[in-house]
Design a protein around this ligand. Sequence first.
Ligand code: ADP
Ligand code: TYD
Length: 212
Amino acid sequence: MQPAPHRGLFVSFEGIDGSGKSTQARALADHLRSLGRDVVLTREPGGSSGAEAIRRLLVEGDPDRWSPETEILLFNAARRDHVEKTICPALAAGAIVITDRFVDSTRVYQGTARASLRPLVDQLHDLVIGLEPDLTFVIDMVADVALARGLARATGEDRFEELGLGFQQALRAGFLDLARTAPERICVIDGARAPDAVAADVAARIEAHLDG
Ligand code: ADP
Ligand code: TYD
């Protein structure tokens, strides 16, 4: 699939569970709105009503509920709906779309950490999604602190957090490897600082991108 050309900017936040992605995505949306920008803040899995229904199948229940292959299909089904209903219309209208996770999560969670299925992830992405973010922030931090933060929320959406510390460490390594392969798009941010310091770093980088 080839995405339609658009006037907007597509930004994603990535990283392990509890690293501070949602906090930073919200802070960036608030900051850009305060500058008068039109911003759509969204998330995956979810971001459209169909994708939110699929989300519940993915984040709740037993860690072994789905095989990695089935998971990839469900994440792609959710993503396709999200792209069709939320992301593409907003980009076509010229908005800045900020998503809390996108395809890099599938590349790392299903493509490398949970199983070695990266070729399948990439083939399906090309076939049914075809859209990459213009800019991606990986919020990086040590896995044990992030996992404790994530589990402390007790949301009932802990299917992936329940895979344990070793899994979160493999995820962290996976995001850092991915960032090395796409340095022009993916920016690694040190998430082990106060939220305001992390947000200032993100804001500086996006402003440089918007000015450039
Ligand atoms: P994620 O979306 O990556 O899972 P969240 O933004 O939901 O992470 O943050 C997880 C938890 O950690 C939340 O309770 C949040 O308030 C807290 N948190 C977020 N950023 C920081 C930070 N820089 N320092 C300390 N705690 C943080
Ligand atoms: P999210 O709500 O962002 O979790 P958290 O706030 O804990 O970071 O995402 C839900 C879970 O889904 C999370 O554990 C990561 C996982 N996930 C994948 O495994 N593959 C994907 O493609 C996406 C988008 C999420």
